[in-house]
Write a new protein. Structure first.
Length: 280
């Protein structure tokens, strides 16, 4: 801006220096674009600490988030992308990029820098003010089934020789026979090779104010919500409002698990209702 103003001023003054002055060199800052989401380790569990999510433009680091718990339920990183308006010969800052630029994401944890399974899904830099959601997993998915290699190798190791490679681990199978598929256990953060580890409503009892209390063992960083139905057909299931205490306000937005026993309260419905606990 300053250079442009100087050019114009010198031209108006007729000093004949406008052609000698440098051209507009840099663009101008725009409102930032934010890429945010949940970063998972190689076993599909949300990082709680000890990891950085790093955004690169080419080989230049342009943003970084050191993970320290959650920023919001189901969100442990937010990368603030400095955005240039693209009108100058170069961005206003070495960290600034332009709308449409390609970027990449890596995760650095205690074991070093790791590529993410979703590297092909990283969107180009958005418009000023854009919020771009992208959950990332620090690991590899060699067979392309959405389950990380490390996690699949754990099942193989527990299979007593029944499974031999990644392609034999099927997300729709229920390896440990606990009625949760392998993929459901991956999403819920439970062990898919232990039948006593599963997402279960361990207690369902009446509570005050016409509510039912659902109690379950939560996994840190995993988010939970409730669906309910008066019948068991797939189309009957609807989001169910829940509260965090027997007198609390109802919500449908998923709530994050603290990593120990957790209770959600739902309205007691007559004459009969089924409840389904959802982990994401
Ligand atoms: Ca896989
Ligand atoms: Ca299972
Ligand atoms: Ca299990």
């Amino acid at each position: 801006m300053k250079d442009c103003f100087l050019n114009a001023t010198l031209s108006v003054l007729g000093l004949g220096l406008a052609f000698l002055a440098p051209p507009c060199r840099a663009g101008l800052p725009q409102p930032m674009c934010i890429i945010y989401g949940q970063a998972l380790d190689g076993y599909g569990l949300p990082y709680r600490a000890g990891a950085d999510v790093i955004l690169f433009h080419g080989t230049s680091e342009i943003a970084r988030q050191t993970i320290n718990g959650s920023l919001a339920p189901g969100v442990n990183f937010a990368l603030y992308v400095h955005l240039d308006d693209g009108r100058g010969a170069k961005p206003y800052s070495p960290r600034a990029v332009r709308t449409g630029d390609s970027v990449s994401i890596v995760v650095r944890d205690k074991d070093g820098v790791k590529t993410i399974m979703e590297s092909q899904l990283v969107p180009p830099v958005g418009l000023p003010g854009d919020l771009l959601l992208l959950n990332v997993t620090a690991g590899q998915d060699t067979d392309g089934d959405g389950l990380s290699d490390l996690w699949e190798w754990e099942i193989i190791a527990w299979s007593n020789g029944a499974l031999h490679n990644l392609w034999e681990v099927n997300g729709d199978d229920d390896f440990d026979g606990d009625h949760m598929s392998n993929r459901q256990e991956y999403q819920a953060g439970t062990f898919a090779f232990l039948d006593y580890d599963a997402l279960l409503i361990e207690e369902l009892i009446p509570a005050a104010n016409g509510r039912l209390r659902l109690t379950f063992l939560s996994v840190p960083g995993i988010t939970y919500s409730v669906r309910c139905a008066t019948g068991l057909s797939e189309s009957a299931w609807q989001p169910c409002a829940f509260s965090l205490s027997d007198a609390g306000a109802f919500q449908t937005v998923p709530v994050e698990g603290p990593g120990n026993w957790m209770s959600l309260y739902v309205p007691l419905q007559e004459p009969m209702c089924f409840y389904h606990l959802i982990a994401e």
